[in-house]
Design a protein around this ligand. Structure first.
Ligand SMILES: NC(=O)c1ccc[n+]([C@@H]2O[C@H](COP(=O)([O-])OP(=O)(O)OC[C@H]3O[C@@H](n4cnc5c(N)ncnc54)[C@H](O)[C@@H]3O)[C@@H](O)[C@H]2O)c1
Length: 438
């Protein structure tokens, strides 16, 4: 089968590479010519473990191609995935500009039956809008009535573990019109390698599929805000949030994942997806109050205060070492990363910042102009007044704390991920602050 993936970002490139690994003929398309030229030369534009090897192997085998030409890719594909960005608008709504542009491009190039699948995270009703945009272009070209299907196949992969998540997902969600046997059969066939793997498939109607992605992300974000708010309670009245989270997590009805107190949720999905679902709930005349609350808790930006508190609230003239810039380990993605907001908050309060991240520094350099980028974690600590751990990369989990102590001007470690043991830190001669633990 030939497929096209339009939008070759974190989701599109992983989707394209994984389908080609299944033996499917894939063309990944992007409007960014530089990105495509790089991919043709073998340069992977993002950091994602295992991706380079997968892309190289499948490109060399001729199953994975890259192009800027949507028309050609559409014409030769039976299934077309739309995997472009769906950023947030000012009011929290979803910017569907890129989806519309791709849908219209598809419509202009459609001359035989295709299945057009939205993989991007989009509000319920978007696949119908995609159908409308394609139909408008067909009509304009005098090709009205040309049959095609639309479908929804939301993506649940996590950056940093994307290939494993795509190859061994918890579930695959396919939304098709209940009467559309053809699209259902084609998509089931495309995903057959996972069917054989006994991956759970949820085949449902299109709005349910579209909404399920927001439901999952909003729930996970709410879990994070829940534990973060609990951490405030622990700091106020006593108790260790990590121990409380363990007690909760051992209850199989709750589960231990996403119960880690920290600087709040970030990244390219949770902030915009919570805002989007809350927005379209409001627009529809109802409200998603629990998600609104989760967003409010997340916006508190308590972490700059926590860092400032180590200096009696005054950060003027202080130098703070910040470890970790990506929104989570094993990715170079800094979109809505807590570290970026924290660094801006520190700078706004007069602090100098020396930072380090194993892979996200090039991306961070593009958005932070007034900080020092160090060559490693220890170089970041040199002459700083405190060390702040923001993203829990494995290499930050076992720092030589005695060495850190020797490099810092003031012996302060502020651990926003609760990675360290307070006694171990104290025995290295450092004062320790963490989240929700006294
Ligand atoms: N990143 C994740 O972890 C993740 C996980 C699940 C779902 N999603 C969803 O998947 C979608 C894509 O996210 P992403 O992180 O891969 O975005 P991204 O920004 O990394 O990639 C989007 C790509 O689309 C390209 N593009 C934009 N307009 C185009 C056009 N008209 N034609 C061709 N290419 C075009 C851009 O150049 C870019 O390379 C979003 O809706 C996101 O919410 C993301």
């Amino acid at each position: 089968m030939n497929i096209a993936v339009i939008g070759t970002g974190y989701v599109g490139l992983v989707t394209g590479a994984c389908f080609s690994e299944f033996g499917v003929q894939v063309t990944c398309v992007d409007a960014d010519a530089e990105k495509i030229e790089g991919l043709v030369r073998g340069n992977i534009p993002i950091y994602e473990p295992g991706l380079e090897e997968l892309v190289t192997r499948n490109a060399q085998s001729g199953r994975l191609a890259f192009s800027t030409d949507t028309g050609e890719a559409v014409q030769s594909a039976l299934v077309i995935f739309i995997a472009v960005g769906t950023p947030a608008l000012e009011d929290g709504g979803t910017d569907l500009r890129f989806i519309e542009a791709v849908a219209r491009d598809i419509g202009r190039n459609l001359s035989e039956y295709k299945v057009v699948v939205t993989k991007s995270t989009v509000p319920a009703g978007t696949a119908e809008a995609v159908r409308g945009w394609i139909e408008e272009e067909l009509e304009a070209a005098g090709k009205g009535g040309q049959p095609f299907s639309v479908a929804s196949n939301p993506e649940f992969l996590r950056e940093g573990a994307a290939i494993g998540d795509f190859m061994r997902p918890d579930r695959v969600v396919i939304g098709v019109d209940p009467s559309d046997e053809q699209a259902r059969a084609i998509l089931k066939d495309l995903y057959r390698p996972l069917y054989l793997n006994e991956t759970p498939f949820v085949i449902t109607d299109i709005p349910t599929a579209e909404l399920s992605k927001y439901a999952a992300n909003a729930f996970l974000a709410t879990k994070i805000s829940f534990i973060n708010e609990l951490s405030i309670l622990c700091e106020t009245i006593g108790g260790d949030v990590q121990a409380v989270a363990r007690v909760m997590g051992l209850d199989r009805r709750i589960g231990s994942k996403f119960l880690h107190a920290g600087p709040g949720f970030g990244g390219s999905c949770f902030p915009k997806d919570t805002a989007s679902v809350a927005h379209f709930a409001r627009e529809s005349g109802t409200a998603f109050e629990i998600v609104e609350a989760a967003m409010r808790v997340n916006q508190r930006q308590r972490m700059v205060e926590k860092i400032a508190a180590a200096f009696s609230g005054d950060l003027e003239g202080r130098t703070i070492a910040v470890l970790g810039l990506a929104f989570k380990p094993e990715t170079d993605d800094i979109r809505d990363a807590p570290a970026i907001a924290i660094i801006r908050g520190l700078r706004a309060r007069g602090a100098e910042v020396r930072c380090f991240d194993p892979v996200a520094m090039p991306a961070a350099e593009a958005v932070l102009s007034d900080v020092t980028f160090a060559k490693d974690a220890y170089a970041a600590c040199e002459g700083a007044d405190a060390l702040v751990l923001v993203t829990e990369w494995n290499e930050f989990r076992a720092l030589d704390l005695v060495r850190v102590r020797g490099l810092l001007r003031e012996p302060i470690l502020i651990d926003l991920r609760n990675v360290y043991n307070a006694d171990v830190v104290a025995s290295a001669g450092l004062r320790y602050r963490s989240v929700g633990r006294q």
